[in-house]
Design a protein around this ligand. Structure first.
Ligand code: DAH
Length: 339
């Protein structure tokens, strides 16, 4: 009985002394655990005279319950203290703004390409994308530009082999479309083209958008009507187009198309070099030889075609003065096109 009293005193003292819940747990195990001191008292009952056992057992059980209550109370106060310390240490400011995630944006060339597709898809054009490596036939010969034709010098070509080259113009796609599709045809063909050419407004790789319409009774007026709509949506509500005579082997007659300068409204400024007009694309009525090359009867059908540089349109639209900015991918430049 005396041992019991001493053990309880000892346990209470150690529990008070435990400075955190971990230390308290160890003290608890030391007394109440499976090999603890109080548990040992119960196990030692056999050594006690039989008549004293019930009283002893009752006493030990009471002590154990009292100790358990003591430990529970001590544990709760330690845990509360630990939680208060933890909260004070974390100092969480729930009003602090979150971290912003930078969102990506479309490249200006992709953006203009998508706008062009939107404009012409609205007029019923389908999209066809031809291969970037083309045969000489599709890029030149079928477009009425046979070997030794002087117009081949208009474009400096990267040849892969004698027969194959990196296409210099999306016009090559016109032939592929007309070989497989009979009129009425209304196709838009965007894509990369390649030329050995390199300065502030020319790059060895750039993008073009080709348009082709073939049907009965198509005229140059249809072309200008569609291009007026394109200029109005792409540049400004008051933009107009002007056709000037030109030459391309695959069109007859051929034209160069100017758009009224959106910067000065046509009065003349540094962008349009005082003329009020900016050249944006080449076009014309599809040459009858080209139709014949694709098995389309030029007596029955006529068509127009146009081709424009997407970088050039982007540069005019956004006031970009060097084509290299469009391939360097400097985020300070690209960020300006975020919506
Ligand atoms: N392929 C020409 C070029 O790269 C642009 C062009 C002119 C396309 C007249 C056409 C066209 O379809 O009819 O310079």
């Amino acid at each position: 009985m005396e041992d019991t009293e001493k053990i309880v005193e000892e346990a209470v003292k150690e529990a008070e002394a435990a400075s955190d819940s971990r230390a308290l747990y160890e003290v608890k195990m030391k007394f109440l655990g499976r090999t603890g001191k109080v548990t040992a008292l119960l196990k030692g009952m056999r050594e006690i005279a039989a008549e004293l056992r019930p009283a002893f057992g009752k006493k030990v059980n009471e002590l154990r319950e009292a100790l358990e209550a003591k430990f529970a109370a001590r544990e709760e106060s330690l845990k509360r203290k630990e939680m208060e310390e933890k909260l004070a240490g974390e100092n969480l400011d729930v009003t602090m703004p979150g971290r912003r995630r930078a969102a990506g944006a479309l490249h200006p060339v992709t953006r203009v390409k998508n706008q062009l597709i939107d404009i012409f898809a609205g007029m019923g054009f389908e999209v066809y994308e031809g291969p970037e490596i083309e045969s000489d036939y599709y890029n030149f010969t079928a477009l009425n530009t046979p070997a030794d034709h002087p117009a081949r010098d208009m474009q400096d070509t990267f040849y892969v082999t004698e027969e194959f080259l990196l296409r210099t113009q999306t016009s090559a796609g016109q032939i592929r479309v007309m070989e497989h599709k009979k009129p009425p045809i209304k196709v838009l063909s965007p894509g990369r083209v390649f030329r050995s050419d390199d300065d502030a407004t020319h790059s060895p790789m750039f993008h073009q958008m080709e348009g082709l319409v073939v049907d009965k009774g198509i005229t140059l007026c249809d072309l200008q009507g569609m291009l007026d709509e394109f200029a109005r949506v792409m540049f400004s509500e008051t933009s107009k187009t002007r056709l000037r005579p030109s030459y391309f082997p695959f069109t007859e007659p051929s034209v160069e198309v100017d758009v009224s300068c959106a910067a000065c409204g046509g009065k003349g400024c540094s962008l349009c070099k005082g003329t009020g007009w900016i050249e944006v694309l080449g076009a014309g009525m599809v040459n009858r030889r080209v139709l014949e090359n694709c098995g389309i009867d030029p007596e029955e059908y006529t068509g127009f075609a146009f081709g424009m540089g997407i970088e050039r349109i982007a540069m005019l639209k956004y006031g970009i003065n060097n084509i290299k900015l469009l391939t360097e991918n400097d985020v300070r430049f690209l960020k300006q096109f975020q919506e």
